[in-house]
Write a new protein. Structure first.
Length: 97
């Protein structure tokens, strides 16, 4: 998107991310190339979903963004959190049951 002339604020808005995240990601890409974008296990707490819930969530996410009422084709953290809340009745961000 950046290579196509998009401004950071528009990239963030289109992907449902913060401008800070977009800025840090672009900086990592400029400094380290593709390797800088490799996924690394987050250092936060363990997943609160059971193995069965993870399987169910992945099946739902594989149905696509639009299947769950969102426009476009991009999964964002807030969208995944909404699906988790609908499926399991709790907020992934607040960790509430």
């Amino acid at each position: 998107m950046k290579d196509q002339g998009w401004k950071q604020s528009k990239i963030a808005q289109a992907l449902g991310l913060t401008e800070g995240w977009v800025s840090r990601t672009l900086t990592k890409y400029r400094q380290q190339g593709q390797a800088g974008l490799a996924w690394r296990r987050p250092s936060g707490p363990d997943c609160r979903l059971t193995d069965e819930q993870v399987v169910q969530l992945l099946a739902e996410l594989n149905k696509g963004v639009e299947h769950h009422g969102f426009s476009g084709a991009v999964w964002t953290r807030p969208r995944v959190n909404d699906v988790i809340k609908k499926l399991f009745g709790w907020s992934a961000t607040a960790g509430q049951l």
